[in-house]
Design a protein around this ligand. Structure first.
Ligand code: NAD
Length: 300
């Protein structure tokens, strides 16, 4: 398909965006699903977010993906927020309709969907999530919205710790039937005690992410039992030390972060176009092509 006078556009805003795989993935999918759209990436700093969003609205942009540092600001600018985006306080996907901004957050949706695709469900489950930043908050909120019974949040006593306490309060106020407890990650005795009570363990910290790929927050690998589900948000490297050790200990479901990344993109594509990337195997084909080209080194 060729760009013409009627071609609609979507884009990514944030900074930096030069490394993003989103333009390639969306443009590939628009071609495959024969939709007359293009997708661009714009480097936008926090102090330019409001101006950029007004400009995109004025230009008739159909939808925007949002990355750091603009996610929270865009949630403030949105006219309407999904339950997840409201609880998280950040948007990564915005649809522009009749001049109004409808904000969503698909990170947690992608995480839960990826678990489901591998045979694990969060409903009625006890989940330990290590982390209190953007990815962790999205996972905690979506797990609560999708029926998790208990969520234990562990984070270092750093600047993110208050965020964990805030998320716990917001979830308990807004989502009936779920309890959320917050503990310092430094308390390893409590960590192992809560992991033993849990069905699912999630790492959504930067631990294990390049260049700290030799790091895992779980030193006592005896907690990994075969029916225990372990998932990492980290996708660089594809398989973190945590996931390698969980697999080696016999965990049947041990997942790196790439699936979360793909499914959050698929969810955003569906919100943007009403069309699933799965219909023409866009997602699978795109990543297989890409994988062949760069042998797993891509930096989405
Ligand atoms: P963030 O900066 O918002 O939060 C960082 C978190 O990591 C905080 O909880 C912080 O306390 C913790 N942390 C940092 N270094 C640590 C260490 N050495 N030990 C223990 N805790 C540590 O970051 P984020 O956006 O939430 O990203 C976290 C990870 O998740 C990154 O690896 C990122 O690439 C990944 N991520 C993946 C997806 C996906 O779709 N798979 C989406 C978003 C983020």
């Amino acid at each position: 398909m060729e760009i013409n006078g009627r071609t609609g556009f979507f884009c990514l805003i944030g900074s930096p965006v030069g490394h993003s795989g989103s333009p390639a993935m969306y443009n590939y999918s628009f071609q495959k699903t024969e939709q007359d759209y293009v997708y661009l990436a714009f480097d936008v700093d926090l102090d330019k977010t409001e101006e950029a969003v007004s400009a995109l609205k004025a230009l008739g942009c159909k939808g925007v993906n949002v990355t750091m540092p603009c996610k929270t600001k865009v949630a403030e600018l949105a006219d309407e927020l999904s339950d997840a985006a409201e609880l998280i306080g950040a948007c990564n996907t915005v649809v522009v309709k009749d001049g109004k901004l409808h904000g969503h957050n698909t990170d947690g949706i992608g995480f839960v969907r990826n678990l489901k695709e591998h045979g694990a469900d969060v409903k009625d489950k006890v989940i330990t999530v290590m982390g209190a930043g953007g990815a962790a908050t999205a996972i905690q909120v979506q797990a609560a919205l999708e029926g998790a019974k208990k969520i234990y949040i562990f984070n270092c006593k750093d600047k993110f710790y208050a965020n964990a306490e805030n998320t716990a309060r917001k979830i308990e106020n807004k989502v009936p039937g779920v309890t959320v407890e917050v503990y310092p990650l430094e308390d390893s005795q409590k960590l192992y005690e809560k992991i033993k009570e849990s069905d699912i363990l999630v790492n959504a910290t930067k631990s294990g992410m390049k260049p700290a790929e030799d790091e895992s927050l779980i030193k006592d690998v005896s907690v990994f039992q075969p029916d225990f589900v372990v998932a990492d948000a980290v996708y660089n490297p594809r398989e973190t030390k945590l996931i390698r050790e969980a697999k080696a200990a016999g965990c049947k479901i041990a997942l790196g972060g790439i699936g979360m990344l793909l499914w959050q993109g698929e969810a955003a594509f569906r919100i943007f176009t009403g069309e699933s990337m799965l219909r023409r195997k866009c997602m699978k084909d795109f990543f297989e092509d890409k994988e062949k080209k760069d042998s797993g080194q891509h930096g989405i």
